[in-house]
Ligand binder design. Structure first.
Ligand SMILES: Nc1ncnc2c1ncn2[C@@H]1O[C@H](COP(=O)(O)OP(=O)(O)OP(=O)(O)O)[C@@H](O)[C@H]1O
Ligand SMILES: Nc1ncnc2c1ncn2[C@@H]1O[C@H](COP(=O)(O)OP(=O)(O)OP(=O)(O)O)[C@@H](O)[C@H]1O
Ligand SMILES: [Mg+2]
Ligand SMILES: [Mg+2]
Lengths: 165, 165, 165, 165
């Protein structure tokens, strides 16, 4: 299983619908300060059902919806869709591709969709846990946080290894 | 379950030592269970000493050394139980040129089994990637994306060496 | 005393706005007393928005943007009451090439009145310095020092650009 | 007033007596990861009477004394001497040069010397405070801490400006 595509629409600085096609190897994301690189990592964490606002530098839902500018009106909602290649059957879903979508509105509500059908956050979490894809502290390392694994409590580090077990 | 944790722990510990020695050209690196008789309740301590040095605690390590020690554990986890993907946001920011090179080679190897998305300003890391996305901020405060080749990567996006005058 | 604090505050606030606008090419930057009627007991809040953006809080800024906002306040303090010296340990690590250039020009100007010691891996910062010390680790685990010229700075000590293939 | 010279002897990785001559402008310190650059910044903080072990990555006095290696025996004490040019009379001491020395032994004691004469830590602090040279949060920015001024409490930020007043 691997990440096939990531669509951002109204998520943080990605006002326009933007699609990233990821290959199976290494994809590098480059650009000047403040261009939106870390926002892409935030989007990935967010669509996977991330609940820690701190990790995506948000205080409330509003912070992840495009705020607009003098030249462009703000978005009403943020939408991120992750398409996973499932041709190896890694995910217990009977389809070659699996899409997970999260939509957030200014009121603070989040809706989730699995292959286009409305789903609960819990369903997403269970599915990803089954697939060893999680918010695990070693799958997504945020900016400035590379040393954080060294300052975890010893028990937290054991949990990290349990996740890998 | 305990059996699985113990096996995984041994494997991660072995990988941690091996990556650390690759990055540092030697040295001492161990993961220790704080309570070997009860692994399920135990914590995990990290011992790490670069070659020829006698430092007692991780806090004495330099910024770059901490990053490499952290990355060694991260890579060991990925090897023991390949997470389908791994997102790294500027984890190579503190590394000197020689270490960026080792880091890039390491992710190149691991990318056989794990898909990487790396946000970076470092040329060597970009060189080992299979595809590159360039992000820029448009005047309307919305991010724009370009799929790029290595030759297209603009000079302003990446760091320059000191001696190429 | 209150008079002195108010004068200094105004001067620092003015410098903060001016440095921020220099780094970002515009935008909005203010220091605000939380209790203008009682400056001696007041707190100081920071408002900062890069040009064309409408972010509400500092946490939404990127790694490089936060570094520049921080450095703007730091430089404003140095200008208002020149500290005899200032030591900066890799504060330019998160900056892209264009911002390192602006940063280097800024310390070059301020160095007329304040002595700087900068630890850096960035070429442009090294170029504006008046003297360079190269540090290396000897096999006996003791640091060695060399006084150097720009031309001596070894390639491994500093970062390379993406496009100089 | 400016920093003229910094002597390290047995301080952290500087086992050999090492002298840095600083010019009035910008001194750059470069070198590979773990070579000892940040240790120089730590030495400066330490000799100025720094009491925060955390800021110099030490847990006890022992951590700042050269620990030795298989090729070189450990040091018994750490000694740092800072020589300040006082030809502008900035410091209320009747000499062209003022030297501040701190010596730390493995027992944990620190001795201070002002122009060679034994002094109390308090004398050092009073002298430096008079000269607007302090452990102020804007005179020495440690590695990875550039953003810290943004996360200070508003009152702490006001104190920072008071220091500059
Ligand atoms: N809800 C939002 N609407 C519009 N813009 C936003 C929103 N949230 C964040 N931003 C903008 O996104 C920018 C930060 O993007 P990001 O952190 O991805 O930058 P970056 O490319 O990682 O930069 P760096 O190299 O400095 O880390 C900020 O300038 C911020 O103003
Ligand atoms: N008391 C000590 N005795 C001997 N060596 C020490 C002592 N304390 C720290 N060190 C060594 O100093 C090294 C760290 O030095 P320092 O933090 O100055 O590196 P640096 O040049 O700033 O590197 P980076 O570019 O990665 O930040 C560590 O490898 C550590 O082992
Ligand atoms: Mg970023
Ligand atoms: Mg350092």
């Amino acid at each position: 299983m691997y990440l096939k595509r990531l669509d951002l629409y109204g998520f943080k600085s990605f006002a326009s619908r933007t699609t990233f096609d990821f290959g199976q190897g290494i994809t590098a994301i480059v650009g000047p300060n403040g261009s939106g690189k870390s926002n892409i990592a935030d989007a990935l964490r967010w669509v996977l059902g991330g609940q820690s606002n701190k990790l995506i530098r948000a205080k409330k839902m509003e912070d992840v919806i495009f705020t607009g500018s003098s030249k462009r009106s703000r978005s009403d909602k943020a939408e991120v869709t992750l398409t996973l290649d499932n041709s190896d059957g890694w995910l217990p879903i009977d389809s070659e591709e699996v899409s997970i979508r999260r939509r957030g509105s200014r009121s603070g509500d989040s809706d989730y969709y699995l292959n286009g059908k409305k789903a609960k956050l819990r369903d997403i979490h269970v599915l990803l846990a089954t697939a060893s894809v999680s918010q695990s502290s070693y799958a997504i390392i945020g900016q400035g946080l590379v040393e954080s694994v060294l300052s975890l409590r010893p028990e937290e580090r054991r949990e990290m290894i349990e996740e890998a077990a | 379950m305990q059996r699985k944790l113990e096996t995984t722990f041994k494997e991660v510990a072995k990988g941690f030592e091996s990556y650390f020695k690759m990055f540092f050209g030697g040295g001492h690196a161990r993961l220790r269970l704080t309570d070997p008789k009860h692994p399920m309740d135990s914590g995990v301590d990290i011992e790490a000493r670069p070659p020829g040095k006698r430092t007692k605690s991780l806090s004495q390590l330099s910024g770059g050394e901490k990053a490499l020690t952290s990355v060694s554990l991260l890579f060991a986890l990925l090897q023991a139980n390949p997470s389908p993907f791994c997102v790294l946001d500027e984890v190579d920011a503190m590394l000197d040129e020689a270490n960026v090179d080792r880091f890039a080679s390491a992710i190149h190897d691991i990318s056989q089994r794990t898909q990487f998305i790396v946000i970076t300003h470092n040329r060597r890391t970009i060189e080992v990637s299979d595809s590159i996305y360039g992000i820029s901020m448009a005047p309307d405060a919305a991010s724009r994306v370009l799929s790029m080749r290595l030759a297209d990567v603009p000079v302003e996006a990446v760091k320059k060496p000191g001696s190429q005058n």
